[in-house]
Design a protein around this ligand. Sequence first.
Ligand code: ZN
Length: 309
Amino acid sequence: MLNQIKGLHHVTSLASSASRNNAFFTDTLGLRRVKQTVNFDAPDVYHLYYGDEAGTPGTVMTYFPFPMAARGKPGTGEVGRTYFAVPKDSLDAWAERLAGLGVAGLGRDTRFGDDRVLFDGPDGDAFALVGTEGDERAPWTGGGISEQMAIRGFQGADMRLRDEGASAELLKFMGYEEVDRKDNVIRFKVPGGNAADTIDIETLPGASPAGQGAGSVHHIAFAVENRARQLEVREALIDTGYRVTPVIDRDYFWAIYFRTPGGVLFEVATNEPGFATDEDTAHLGEALKLPSQHAHLREKLERVLEPLE
Ligand code: ZN
């Protein structure tokens, strides 16, 4: 069993309008845009990152906005809902705020004792604000949401699967422990994690497979401290029979990817070097940053990419 994985690093989803996506995550949710770059594998599409002040692993929601993208069809084989942690006594204020701003999909529920406000992102992306206590992470308050309310980062996410078996085994291999189960949901947590430490598996045997589109999660990334830990994880996964990509340089972290038995794309990303490698922390996300391999495309990209503001 591995002990290098410390919880979530980032969650990456698909969007339609980049400007609407930017407005929702910065204004409505009050996150900080910590990087404005392009999809390194398809540079005519943005890659937008939203998180805390520094884009600390475990806080970072990222998007590939395709302007004409059709909406995804929820189903099995994907991450269904992504959970943000907020102070427990802020949930009523959040419900009121999101209702006042016309946010869709609003609801309340309780899962394994966590009180939650459920809501949809601009493309139907499913989210929850989870009331937590004792989360030590400092929130970004530059987006105008008070410290008493602001999002601390992720708490976790759920995966919707046809059957849980092989994916539950994989999570345990990755260092997660089953901590609870009720009806068709099993909760896993990674001990000693970064607070974004929860994964739920929701089993839906009769449901149809998801169709990926705007609002769908593209992949979910788990955090390891550094490249040495990442290589240990990569080797162990390969020894277990997973087909894992080589280590890929994403400028702000190093990444490996593999497809899980349930169909969800997993990434393992390093905490190093972080988002301040090509701009000051004080100005993160303000300018379009391009990786060196796409720097020659700047003039064209500035012409074709939708203005964010
Ligand atoms: Zn990623």
